[in-house]
Design a binder for this molecule. Structure first.
Ligand code: ASP
Length: 607
């Protein structure tokens, strides 16, 4: 080896006290600085040795700049030969125009380079577990999460987290400008029912008792309305102890808002203004407002989802008019018994093979369908196992209602449950139909409103809240709460973007008596309500303004803005599917002494 960097050099005190501080940021150097002597600090991302000349791509948060070590630099040049990836250095030199023909048009600093006169090694790096340069998205995610500090040096992660930071600053500006006040609510608190399990924190000073980490600041924000703050917001961490399905995290961030003296429209308009501003600032996209609004049952019937992805134009169809008096008995019977016959048209589906049709039916069966009848139109003729049970009129009616033509397919499902039928066809819709990729179809927002207030929990054999128990019923349906809870609509609204729910909220119950009724429907006994929410019910009885609000999921919203694949792409230190932080090694066992203080005994984990 030539001249080796003595890494101990970097531990000499002057490196800490007196290192050469940068005069400029790497990514900021331009042609108007040619001839200037400057100093830059950063990481060595790439080193190339070409014909005795050493080129280094030096990075800081503003991007890269090229540093050149010519052989004439003597010992400095030789030392530079030992620089390795991610060594942190300070380099001095003169800004120079790049030689003819070597400009890099894709870089802001691509027309200049710094011809180095000297450099200091500020801190060497161990050999890297993976490359930091771009094009390394294929690196195993667990490795990325274990060395998250290196992963975050990558340009993409830098951009994502900086965009997220912009989202925060836009959020604060917007809500401040709209007379909201940011107020923090406790993290060590009591359970709020949002439908998930709470994370519990044992109390040492009240041994045997536990705090719950908030699933949302729901009760506190409503209490802030009782207290007269009128408009509250908070960018807040929330915690839900769920089995981590797909793209969930145990701790996540919400923009939580609550407003007094409002109706649904006020909240929705405020949020539309927010989204419009945010998309303009971050993506320079002009969203059209107001967003489309759709009742829950319309969304289910039309798209088979309570968060429809409107980028897919295909709509489900109701085939009751074809089969209610039709010759095909099983479908007629399903309809007579209160069930539904619904269908999914698939443009171009006549090309699906028999094997593909069978696979699609198997998918539907896995989701709870007894069967799925496929029709295809080939050469003007309706084909499929059921076609022979239908007369010509019925066949014509089926084609007309479903809007299918030569070359298309139709998947028909009869099911005793409308909800189940919609869900199954809704899932197939996303799997089998084509997305409209036109640019003005890129961002499809909508509000889904008037959700059911309650849903039947088959396991627990009782009604549960679709949103949470503080959601107001639609007022004229109040009497139905006792007689037919399943038919009551909620004053709730979800905001959906491209098939993802990115936020939701409701107008709240502000009358303690209505709140008591809601608890009764949910099978929460008065004593239990008192024990769990007594403080809140008391607060409601001191002159509560009508109020409502909503919470927006920041992680998912940021993911959209950054074009990320997962919310982990926009979180600095996310957890794995097993709720572990691979970087810090959490959760972890604690010493017996700590457990003794908490009066907690662990039993061995079951396999
Ligand atoms: N607390 C609700 C949630 O976290 C949002 C709301 O109702 O404002 O989903």
């Amino acid at each position: 080896m030539g001249s080796t960097i003595d890494t101990n050099e970097s531990l000499r005190p002057e490196f800490f006290n007196e290192y050469w501080q940068r005069s400029h940021l790497c990514g900021s150097i331009r042609e108007d600085m040619i001839g200037k002597e400057i100093c830059v600090n950063g990481w060595v991302r790439r080193r190339r040795d070409l014909g005795g000349i050493i080129f280094i791509e030096l990075w800081d948060y503003t991007g890269p700049v090229q540093i050149v070590f010519n052989p004439e630099a003597g010992a400095v040049h030789d030392r530079a030969g030992d620089l390795r990836s991610e060594y942190c250095i300070s380099a001095r030199g003169r800004v120079t125009k790049r030689p003819e023909g070597t400009d890099n048009f894709s870089l802001a600093t691509g027309f200049i380079e710094i011809v180095a006169s000297d450099f200091l090694l500020l801190s060497p790096s161990n050999p890297l577990p993976f490359e930091i340069g771009e094009g390394t998205d294929k690196v195993d995610e667990n490795l990325r999460l274990t060395y998250r500090y290196l992963d975050l040096r990558r340009e993409r992660m830098q951009n994502n987290l900086r965009t997220r930071g912009k989202l925060y600053s836009f959020t604060r500006n917007y809500f401040d400008a709209n007379s909201f006040v940011e107020i923090e609510t406790p993290v060590l608190t009591k359970a709020t029912p949002e439908g998930a399990r709470d994370y519990l924190v044992p109390s040492r000073v009240n041994a045997g008792e536990f705090y719950a980490l908030p699933q949302s600041p729901q009760l506190f924000k409503q209490i802030l309305m009782v207290s007269g703050f009128d408009r509250y917001y908070q960018i807040v961490k929330c915690f839900r102890d769920e089995d981590l399905r797909a793209d969930r995290q145990p701790e996540f961030t919400q923009i939580d808002i609550e407003m007094s003296y409002v109706v649904e429209d006020d909240v929705m308009r405020l949020i539309e203004g927010y989204m419009k501003g945010l998309f303009k600032v971050i993506l320079d996209v002009d969203l059209e407002t107001p967003f489309f609004r759709m009742d829950y049952w319309d969304a289910m019937d039309t798209y088979g989802s309570d968060k429809p992805d409107l980028r897919f134009p295909t709509k489900l169809v109701n085939l009751a008019p074809v089969f209610e008096n039709g010759s095909f008995e099983p479908f007629r019977k399903t309809l007579e018994g209160g069930g539904v016959v619904r269908a999914l048209p698939v443009a171009g589906g006549a090309a699906l093979s028999r094997k593909e049709l069978t696979d699609i039916e198997e998918r539907a069966k896995k989701m709870g369908a007894a069967g799925l009848a496929a029709f295809q139109i080939k050469d003007g003729e309706l084909k499929g196992p059921l076609a022979k049970f239908m007369n010509t009129d019925e066949q014509a009616k089926l084609k007309e209602i479903a809007g299918i033509n030569d070359g298309d397919a139709l998947f028909v499902l009869a099911h005793p449950s409308r909800l189940k039928a919609c869900n199954i066809l809704g899932t197939l819709r996303l799997e089998l139909c084509k997305r409209d990729e036109s640019p003005d179809n890129r961002w499809r927002f909508l509000w889904v409103v008037r959700f059911p207030l309650f849903e039947w929990d088959e396991e627990e054999k009782r009604w549960g809240a679709v949103h949470h128990p503080f959601t107001s019923p639609v007022l004229e349906q109040l009497p139905q709460m006792e007689t037919n809870p399943g038919s009551v609509a909620a004053r709730a609204y979800d905001i959906v973007l491209n098939g993802s729910e990115i936020g939701g909220g409701s107008i709240r119950i502000h009358d303690p008596q209505v709140q008591a009724k809601a608890f009764a429907c949910l099978g929460i006994k008065p004593e239990e309500a008192r024990e769990r929410f007594g403080f809140f019910l008391d607060a409601l009885s001191y002159g509560t303004p009508p109020h409502g609000g909503l919470a927006i999921g920041v992680d998912r919203l940021a993911m959209f803005l950054c074009d990320g694949q997962s919310i982990r792409d926009v979180m600095a230190f996310p957890k794995t599917q097993k709720a572990q932080c691979l970087l810090a090694g959490a959760p972890s066992a604690v010493e017996d002494k700590r457990l003794d203080e908490l009066k907690i005994k662990c039993v061995p984990a079951e396999d």
